[in-house]
Design a protein around this ligand. Structure first.
Ligand code: ATP
Ligand code: MG
Length: 432
């Protein structure tokens, strides 16, 4: 074939695009509840925006930048991640100003670009949905951001992902740990991968993040950052853990976890999946943390920040492996089956009452026989049918049937008119 899409990119065809759109719209609903507002920043930025912030020894800066000089000889990069661009815009547009509510909470979604070796769940153009919250150092905000990540994943039907948590402490904690880590790694220097040798003295924390299997063996016994935290950093981390406990959000502390970007401090986290989509290998879907200092680095006033980025392609791979089709949900809650012309008024009253209570409801308008009406209900993928005939009419009842399991129960019409949710509960009770 003559023309092919560039390596590491994907065409999202109509049958997949509906799933993408569903993920994005569910995410928007969650962001609305948490009061995060959208920002759209350029897909390319000055090279410096990322080279300054990601860290000169990071994968992104050392190998993955899509950078070029434009016709005006400006050094430009296709954005490899969302945070630095948002922070650049936050500073440039003075969103830290006194008239703007704090914390300033924002989200973004869109394509990111990294020159990677393409494989499943690793592309050169991929997509992230991310959030940032600026202007509060409270550990409660760290926890809100973690909760938001979990809520986002729950909204698409994923409830059993692992939350991995760590802290990188403050500058002082990091400096102390850095020394200890170098001291531990130096005797192993000859065995380390070329990348890690290079990083050992420049940025030893990077070595902990190495994907090289032998490096991973070596760092397994490395000292833990948790032993080098200042009292203030310990306090921050303790509170984060307490608040997560208070919310009953399970997590595992992984003291060897660092992030691929240099700007993090204090809380960092990853949400991981061992889905068969990744051959059962634990894979990060969503990652983030606190980045106090980043706003100053890009020329703004001292402003703490915390956020995360979620990989949409990886999320969709899990949904596919789990057989979750977000567009296949019940589009109809109740189909009202009316038997005989004399039930017409009652059927109309029922669909009307259900709709007013926020349920989707429909009925027959073609004088179909009951069998035809049940067929229509199945075709519309109704969760329930509600049948009313002469006998039910006289008894002021209707027959509620759960289409998934066939269980049914006669329910008072009055009950349905006032609170269908309660009618559902009565049937569920009966099923047990
Ligand atoms: P990895 O260690 O897998 O390279 P990373 O640390 O580089 O990940 P982040 O920069 O933290 O990843 O990005 C957050 C999320 O974005 C990742 O957890 C992943 O879901 C997604 N992501 C990152 N790079 C890619 C890529 N090249 N293709 C698809 N998704 C990606
Ligand atoms: Mg990477």
């Amino acid at each position: 074939m003559k023309y092919q899409r560039p390596k590491g990119t994907a065409d999202i065809l109509p049958n997949e695009a509906t799933q993408w759109a569903a993920v994005e719209s569910l995410a928007r609903e969650v962001f609305k509840k948490y009061r995060y507002q959208e920002m759209r920043t350029p897909m390319f930025e000055s090279f410096d925006v990322f080279s300054r912030t990601s860290g000169e020894t990071s994968d992104i800066v050392t190998k993955e930048m899509y950078d070029f000089f434009d016709k005006g000889n400006r050094h430009i990069t296709l954005r490899p991640e969302g945070t630095a661009g948002i922070v650049r815009a936050y500073v440039e547009n003075k969103l830290y100003g006194p008239e703007i509510q704090k914390p300033f909470k924002t989200f973004y979604m869109g394509p990111m670009f990294r020159y990677e070796r393409p494989q499943s769940g690793r592309l050169r153009q991929f997509h992230q949905i991310g959030v940032e919250a600026f202007g509060s150092d409270s550990p409660a905000l760290d926890v809100e951001v973690v909760t938001l990540a979990m809520a986002l994943l729950q909204s698409v039907g994923l409830n059993s992902l692992k939350l991995s948590l760590n802290t990188l402490g403050d500058n002082e904690s990091r400096q102390n740990y850095r020394q200890a880590l170098i001291a531990y790694l130096e005797p192993h220097e000859a065995e380390l991968s070329a990348d890690s040798k290079e990083r050992l003295h420049k940025n030893p924390l990077r070595v902990l993040d190495s994907k090289d299997a032998n490096d991973q063996k070596i760092v397994a016994d490395a000292p833990s950052i948790l032993d080098y935290l200042t009292p203030a950093a310990t306090e921050h981390f303790t509170q984060v853990k307490e608040y997560l406990d208070a919310l009953n959000i399970p997590y595992e502390v992984d003291s060897n976890m660092v992030r691929g970007l240099d700007y993090y401090n204090h809380t960092i986290f990853e949400v991981m999946s061992d889905s068969k989509a990744f051959g059962g290998k634990w894979t990060t879907v969503c990652a983030g943390g606190r980045y106090n200092g980043l706003v100053e680095q890009l020329g703004g006033p001292e402003t703490p920040g915390v956020g995360f980025g979620l990989g949409v392609e990886r999320l969709l791979l899990i949904l596919a492996a789990e057989g979750i089709d977000l567009n296949e949900q019940h589009d109809l809650d109740v189909y009202v089956v009316g038997i005989g012309a004399e039930t017409n008024a009652a059927s109309l009253k029922l669909v009307q009452a259900l709709r007013q209570q926020g349920f989707s409801a429909d009925r027959d308008y073609l004088d179909k026989k009951p069998k035809g009406q049940f067929k229509a209900a199945s075709k519309a993928n109704a969760a329930y049918t509600l049948t009313i005939g002469q006998e039910e009419l006289e008894q002021h009842k209707a027959n509620l049937k759960n289409m998934a399991n066939g269980h049914q129960e006669a329910i008072d019409l009055e009950q349905i008119y006032t609170d269908f949710g309660q009618a559902e509960a009565i049937l569920a009770e009966k099923e047990n």
